[in-house]
Design a protein around this ligand. Structure first.
Ligand SMILES: NC(=O)c1ccc[n+]([C@@H]2O[C@H](COP(=O)([O-])OP(=O)(O)OC[C@H]3O[C@@H](n4cnc5c(N)ncnc54)[C@H](OP(=O)(O)O)[C@@H]3O)[C@@H](O)[C@H]2O)c1
Length: 324
């Protein structure tokens, strides 16, 4: 089978293509033929050896996928050959087939195509965990989303609306903000040319945002925290800007607010039942077209370097897919 391989840590152009032996399903596993693998920002880091997980090369990037079950290992009764599934792994999906434990899979409902399904597990899973399990977002609250046109950012807009929040999308271009409005944002802020702290106060009539969803970090986190509402919740999701900000704790005291870490990979290990319930809910909403899971672009496996460069260059809105 064809596979995209990181044979040494480096840039997207250092990735290689290889023919590998077909995988076989071990006990408790199935083999899935991958129809679409979704990339995340962290794929740009994992191939450079700069992510929190540093797999030993050679390995394939891409951590979430949609496909069809092709064969069953010993002891598997919950899936059958031909089932349409989504799944996640820390890395390894940029190839034609994977052997994977059934615990990491969920069935795709009718009416949801492979492309839209491929980016549900991690992208929407992380955001639902953040807004529901960590921030306990309530109807009528305001939710400010940084990097709002990116993968998890778009998920935060859409899930925020489903959960009844007033959503304030913050992003770096008017094109991204128009995209955010189209997907449900009530207010928009261009943080490339507006003062984020002042703008957040302005659109919340001076109250500040009840919940701030921050997958960007860098220079945006502190101005956002400075405009959080009394008893607000600040969700630390990621650092796409590259720099991990240090927040002054006096702000946390003065706002009576909570700073909440979001670590989806650890949550799914510690609370597998909660994770499965979240995934079922997300797939249902997606099948009902209440979540767009918007696909920005689909690249053949051989053009994966261009896909990863587009993510690193902040050019992507929603998800980027690879087609093996
Ligand atoms: N905590 C968890 O469990 C978890 C799970 C999944 C992802 N994450 C993290 O969430 C973050 C976003 O992931 P994603 O897959 O949604 O990424 P993405 O689709 O690439 O979106 C990231 C957004 O960050 C903004 N950004 C600002 N500076 C940037 C820079 N220098 N390079 C790239 N983007 C920049 C961009 O929006 P603007 O141009 O509008 O600023 C971009 O749309 C990543 O740090 C990722 O590791 C965390």
């Amino acid at each position: 089978m064809k596979a995209l391989l990181c044979t040494r840590y480096g840039s997207p152009d250092d990735l290689e293509f290889a023919e590998l032996a077909e995988p076989a399903a071990g006990s408790g596993e199935v083999v899935v033929k991958i129809h679409a693998a979704a990339l995340n920002f962290f794929d740009t880091l994992i191939i450079a050896g700069k992510y929190q997980f540093k797999p030993a090369p050679p390995f394939s990037p891409a951590a979430e996928f949609a496909g069809t079950v092709e064969s069953l290992g010993a002891g598997v009764s919950s899936f059958k050959v031909g089932d349409r599934v989504v799944g996640y792994m820390t890395y390894g999906a940029a190839r034609e087939r994977v052997a994977i434990n059934v615990d990491k899979l969920a069935k795709v409902p009718d009416g949801l195509d492979f492309d839209r399904a491929a980016g549900i597990c991690i992208t929407y899973g992380t955001t639902f965990h953040a807004l529901k399990d960590r921030a306990a977002l309530k109807p009528g609250e305001s939710l400010a989303v940084l990097g709002a046109a990116g993968g998890v950012g778009l998920a935060a807009i859409e899930l925020g609306k489903i959960m009844g929040a007033q959503v304030i999308a913050c992003a770096s271009s008017d094109e991204k903000l128009a995209f955010a409005r189209k997907h449900g944002a009530d207010e928009v802020i261009n943080y490339a040319n507006d003062d984020l702290k002042e703008a957040l106060r302005r659109v919340t009539n001076g109250r500040g945002a009840d919940v701030i969803y921050d997958p960007v970090g860098g220079n945006y986190s502190e101005p956002a925290l400075r405009s959080i509402a009394w008893k607000g919740r600040f969700l630390v999701v990621g650092f796409a800007a590259g720099e991990i900000p240090k927040l002054p704790l006096n702000l946390v005291l003065l706002k009576g607010c909570d700073v909440l870490g979001v670590f989806w990979g650890s949550f799914i290990e510690r609370d597998p039942e909660g994770h499965r319930a979240n995934t079922r809910q997300l797939l249902d909403w997606c099948a009902q077209a209440r979540l767009s899971s918007h696909v920005h672009a689909v690249y053949p496996l051989a053009e994966a370097p261009a896909a990863l460069k587009a993510i690193a260059a902040r050019k992507v809105m929603g998800k980027v897919l690879l087609k093996p």
